[in-house]
Ligand binder design. Structure first.
Ligand code: GDP
Length: 608
């Protein structure tokens, strides 16, 4: 049984997430082949160079008597940056610190008025300045408020408050100094109120409560105060230290008071300073692919100053800041701490919540980005290519039923992809079905997404949320038998996937006629066989379309397709009604004058 792998005595070995058995073997001076054998004995078939899951690494470690410590992406990133002499936690000499605006996130139960409140704050930009107020949604904005005779700035994270956006919200609290907890006075404390409260507490962020909708006759703001005492938020007027402010976001009542309360709370409980010199560091709040402008990311600077022309890396994306715009679409030349700006010039779309930093030169940021990408690929490969163990295969065979739904998620922005993923994992999934997201990303569905899906041992569906595949990519998907589904509304995607999980619904297709043509002449060619000279009788004839051939009303050939199509001497992709064309059929040569060719395509039937 012994396969010659060394046995440890509890020594700790450090492995990065997504390591392979070869990497493991290196650390313990073993032959990779012997580890493959050990894994086989444990019931899992993996190759030496394939990147494996955390579980596999831990299992093998335990089996061989080593304590495996898997290095988290954060630790690994620190190590990576250290190679470039970058230390994110470095202390900065205090004389270079400046005070900075607090960063505020609005949270609360759905329909309690988060969006309205964000709108109201935007409009109530109290210092008369921008006529018409803030004009663009870039993910965050800054407002100015007179406070004790001084003009004070406040940065507000402007993410929509949909239930599916929990992931963003959870991250929102990490860049956030203060949470404004919105509670509708006519509804009181609700489940997501508590959830938001817990996020804020976990992140150790002070809370200001906005008791909203006090304009409603049934509003009971005191009840909200009383309810929240149970959760440790005691209003100042009850002897506690949390500020509660009555507001009505819709008519815009109490907004100034709320912003005052935010500043008072910030001043009382926070040391809001940040270094203003040095290369910028911060967080990407929102990012998407813009048709004209390429990758666009809104970043919140947390330390240092970001300038146009800086080389930056955000997550796995890098580039040089081509331009920076503020929430009014105006160019900004530099952005200091707590300033949100929209950055143009990245080569790819970072994820929401990814950290960014400016570095000395293009080369450094490119290398950091490339190493991060390589690591992410390894990690997602490890999770996507988890081969079933022998034991589970056997179980599957016994049950004959076990199945999984494998997805690739692509969307127009990192926020929406995360929201979708997050909502999917909250679905109530039947035990016999497994949901696996093998890849996620921002942007159009690409050839590499399709190849990833088709390389998988199980069927994979690609979900396009507000993004599409080009015709070329669609053709490859057809050829590889990879299903692509498009959605524009999150809940619809979730509903269908939920239905698919419950029943693993097979898509239903129906035939849709594209057009028909009559054969008027037949030309014989020694090279390509018989060419049918046709006139298109209805619709269009498309190259590669599925077709059948009718002779005197009966189907003579089924399951053929239009393999070539010409208008005169030129190749055509489609020929319309009333025009003549020459065509050949795949797998069928016996065409005759008078035959009718019908073409059609299979379209997925919308479900009721
Ligand atoms: P969100 O889901 O928390 O973002 O809530 P919304 O901002 O979309 O508001 C939900 C509903 O409450 C909308 O119909 C708003 O018009 C309404 N609403 C929000 N604030 C107020 C308010 O102060 N007074 C009244 N009467 N209605 C409000």
């Amino acid at each position: 049984m012994s396969s010659g792998a060394p046995r440890g005595q509890g020594q700790v070995i450090r492995l990065p997430r997504g390591a392979s058995l070869s990497d493991f073997a290196d650390k313990i001076n073993a032959n990779p082949g012997s580890l493959v054998q050990e894994m086989f004995n444990l019931g899992e078939m993996v190759t030496a160079t394939q990147s494996v899951s955390d579980d596999t690494l831990l299992l093998l470690g335990e089996h061989l008597g080593f304590e495996v410590s898997i290095v988290s992406p954060e630790d690994e990133d620190r190590e990576l940056l250290a190679q470039f002499n970058i230390d994110l936690d470095a202390e900065v000499a205090s004389e270079r610190l400046v005070s900075r605006p607090p960063v505020v996130t609005v949270m609360g139960h759905v329909d309690h008025g988060k969006t309205k409140l964000l709108d109201a704050i935007r409009k109530a930009n109290v210092v008369e300045g921008e006529a018409g107020g803030i004009t663009q949604h870039i993910g965050a904005y800054q407002v100015h408020v007179p406070h004790e005779g001084v003009d004070r700035a406040l940065t507000v994270i402007d993410t929509p408050g949909h239930e599916a956006f929990t992931a963003m919200r959870a991250r929102g609290a990490q860049v956030t100094d203060i949470v404004v907890l919105v509670v509708a006075a006519d509804d009181g404390v609700m489940p997501q109120t508590i959830e938001a409260l817990n996020h804020a507490k976990a992140a150790d962020v002070p809370i200001v409560v906005a008791v909203n909708k006090i304009d409603k006759p049934e509003a009971n703001p005191d009840k909200v105060r009383q309810q929240l005492t149970e959760y440790g938020l005691v209003a100042e007027e009850y002897g506690g230290d949390t500020m509660f402010v009555n507001v009505a976001a819709k008519p815009g009542i109490g907004i100034e008071e709320l912003l005052e309360a935010v500043l008072l709370t910030a001043d009382a409980s926070l040391e809001l300073t940040a270094p203003i010199d040095g290369p910028a560091q911060g967080v990407a709040i929102e990012a998407h692919l813009d048709k004209g402008r390429g990758a666009v990311a809104t970043v919140l600077v947390q330390k240092g100053t970001l300038r146009a022309g800086d080389s930056i890396v955000a997550g796995g994306a890098h580039g040089r800041v081509r331009a920076m715009l503020d929430e009014n679409g105006k160019p900004v030349t530099e952005a200091g701490p707590a300033r949100p700006v929209m950055v143009l010039g990245l080569t790819a779309v970072p994820g929401a919540g990814d950290t960014f930093l400016a570095a000395e030169d293009d080369r450094t940021v490119r290398q950091i980005a490339e190493q991060r990408q390589a690591r992410r690929r390894a990690a997602s490969f490890a999770n996507s290519h988890r081969r079933p163990s022998l034991e589970t295969i056997m179980e599957q065979l016994k049950e004959g039923e076990k199945t999984s739904l494998n997805l690739v998620l692509k969307g127009d922005g990192s926020g929406s992809v995360e929201a979708l993923e997050d909502a999917l994992f909250k679905l109530d999934i039947p035990a016999e079905v497994q949901l696996r997201i093998i890849h996620r990303g921002v942007g159009a569905i690409t050839e590499s997404d399709v190849m990833l899906a088709s390389a998988s041992s199980e069927a994979v569906t690609i979900i396009g949320f507000n993004v599409r595949a080009s015709n070329k990519v669609r053709e490859i998907a057809d050829r590889e038998g990879v299903e692509i589904r498009y959605y524009t509304v999150i809940y619809q995607a979730i509903e269908e996937i939920d239905a698919a999980l419950k029943g693993l619904l097979k898509p239903e297709f129906e035939e849709v006629e594209l057009g028909s043509a009559e054969i008027r002449d037949v030309f014989r060619s020694s090279k390509i066989g018989n060419i049918a000279g046709c006139i298109v009788r209805s619709g269009v004839i498309r190259r590669n379309a599925k077709a059948r051939l009718l002779r005197d009303g009966t189907v003579v050939a089924d399951n053929v397709s239009i393999s070539s199509l010409k208008r005169f001497k030129d190749d055509a992709t489609e020929v319309r009604e009333g025009f003549e064309c020459g065509l050949t059929l795949s797998n069928f040569n016996n065409v005759q004058v008078g035959d009718i060719i019908e073409t059609f395509e299979m379209r997925e039937k919308p479900r009721a």
